[in-house]
Design a binder for this molecule. Structure first.
Ligand SMILES: Nc1ncnc2c1ncn2[C@@H]1O[C@H](COP(=O)(O)OP(=O)(O)O)[C@@H](O)[C@H]1O
Ligand SMILES: O=C(CO)[C@@H](O)[C@H](O)COP(=O)(O)O
Length: 471
């Protein structure tokens, strides 16, 4: 049996799945946590990947590996390949002013949408580089190459594989670095930088120069079946975690995927690139040669984590509580801007609770309001995509919650299809790895469909509540 490994290096953790390349059958898996915070030294991702890979039984029998990773994070390397500073993650909002400045400098949102398919907000790498140039000029000057989290991990794997040392967690901890020109990425993740055009399929180094004042080395952009490393074990291009999830769940034109991880995302598979001057929809590329218009919120699964903490319960009990309260939580409305917000672009906003009365001051009403508030952000995301989906597929950590599954149709106003709980980002990466070896015929998983009567009042109250938040 030939095996492939898929990695999901996401915000909160690293997951590894090892699957049969031909059938997709799950053979082994492992996981490890990432540190908290919105700036993280990439060495933690490497340590977590090695721990997760060890948990998954290492690379025995594995012929190809692919890494899916959190998008946008700024990883700066010096000319020897050493990390210049902690990476600023997609949910770090310190570059919000840089985003506003860059938008003005290029002539406004339409100019950015036309240039790179997206209007930059603080999440985009290009704004983080502007922030670095302005606030840490010495680090900016040391930066010889810039890459993304998945590019960096792929490059570290290339260095380790080229060393010829067989995999072991300790043996690879300080694996040699590959040369900088071995850095590789893919269309999907490149499209989240703000300096790669999905229209032309090439970098806009002119925009990088405007933002950063220099043009450091950028990873080669590989096609869907390119090889980031060629040896006994192959490395696939990898991709951003949302693009990998689209592969893992088998998304096809007509589907919209709602992913409830640390971020909340809604995305569709499209044949043509998009350019939304409102900035709500990011015009990403996907991992197959097509496109992935995507709306992202900063606040999803961790809203439920926070509500569970306030209520003093676990996530299972939070779900039970939410289902005990009536639809609309008796008017209790939670705006979940706990990390600021990206869509709408409110980087300094905070969360708020409205409609508190003696009757709604219960853990059950709070639980329901948290689930409904999180889902309202995603309902706005679905609207922004302006598509009439044939299916809305729901995945990610918070899609494991029964309350989320049952309440989603009442907020979205459409039925929701839920595949069995799995690591779809890692699965998508594994599928990409398999395409380097074979034409994989992986069986689609059975899905469950949740339906329920729409309750428009929930979104109406939420919309009014979002007008009353504190920055
Ligand atoms: N049964 C559950 N109910 C609600 N949330 C859950 C459940 N299981 C996991 N989660 C949450 O999902 C999140 C992790 O989801 P995941 O998609 O792995 O995130 P990421 O990819 O951003 O690291 C955590 O915040 C975790 O608390
Ligand atoms: O910034 C985006 C998408 O544009 C996020 O979706 C990140 O890619 C992080 O993903 P998760 O850790 O939530 O999966």
């Amino acid at each position: 049996m030939t095996l492939v490994a898929g990695v999901d290096s996401s915000t909160q953790s690293c997951k590894v799945v090892i699957r049969d390349a031909e059938t997709g059958a799950l053979v082994r898996e492992g996981r490890a946590r990432h540190p908290e915070g919105t700036e993280v030294h990439p060495s933690h991702w490497w340590a977590a990947l090695l721990e997760a890979l060890e948990g998954a039984g290492g690379l025995d029998g594995v012929a190809a590996v692919s890494v899916g990773g959190q998008q946008h994070g700024m990883v700066c390397l010096d000319e020897s390949g050493n990390v210049v500073r902690e990476a600023l993650l997609w949910n770090d909002t310190r570059s919000a002013q840089a985003a506003a400045d860059l938008t003005t400098e290029l002539g406004g949102p339409q100019a950015w949408a036309d240039a790179v398919g997206s209007v930059p907000v603080a999440s985009f790498t290009v704004t983080k580089l502007r922030w670095l140039a302005e606030h840490e000029p010495a680090n900016a000057r040391r930066t010889a190459a810039v890459c993304l989290p998945h590019d960096w991990l792929t490059w570290r794997l290339a260095g380790a594989l080229a060393s010829g040392v067989p995999f072991s967690r300790a043996g690879w901890a300080d694996a040699p670095l590959a040369p900088l020109d071995a850095l590789a990425t893919d269309r999907g993740d490149a499209s989240g930088t703000g300096y790669w055009s999905p229209f032309t399929g090439s970098y806009r180094t002119d925009l990088l120069k405007v933002a950063f004042g220099a043009t450091p080395l950028l990873p080669r952009v590989l096609g869907p079946t390119g090889r980031a490393y060629d040896g006994d074990v192959l490395l696939a291009p990898g991709t951003g975690d949302n693009m990998a999830a689209a592969l893992g769940v088998g998304a096809r034109p007509g589907d919209v995927v709602v992913s409830l991880g640390t971020s909340g995302t809604a995305f569709a598979v499209a044949d043509r690139p998009s350019a939304d001057p409102t900035g709500a929809v990011a015009g990403f590329a996907d991992a197959t040669g097509r496109f992935l218009p995507l709306v992202c919120t900063l606040n999803a699964a961790r809203v439920l984590d926070a509500a569970a903490r306030i209520a003093g319960v676990g996530l299972g009990e939070l779900s039970d509580l939410a289902l005990q309260a009536p639809a609309g939580a008796g008017g209790l409305t939670l705006v979940p801007y706990l990390e600021g917000e990206r869509t709408p672009n409110r980087p300094t906003a905070t969360g708020s609770i409205h409609g508190l009365t003696l009757a709604t001051a219960t853990p059950a009403h709070l639980a329901r309001a948290a689930v409904e508030g999180m889902l309202c952000g995603l309902a706005d995301a679905l609207d922004a995509l302006r598509t009439q989906p044939e299916r809305v597929l729901m995945i990610g950590g918070a899609a494991r919650s029964e309350a989320v599954r049952r309440i989603a149709p009442t907020v979205f106003g459409v039925p929701v299809t839920v595949p069995p709980p799995a690591e779809y980002v890692a699965d998508g990466a594994a599928y990409q790895a398999a395409t380097l070896l074979t034409t994989p015929e992986w069986r689609a998983e059975e899905t469950a469909t949740y339906d329920g009567e729409a309750v428009p009042e929930i979104r109406a109250r939420y919309a009014r509540a979002t007008e009353h938040i504190l920055d």
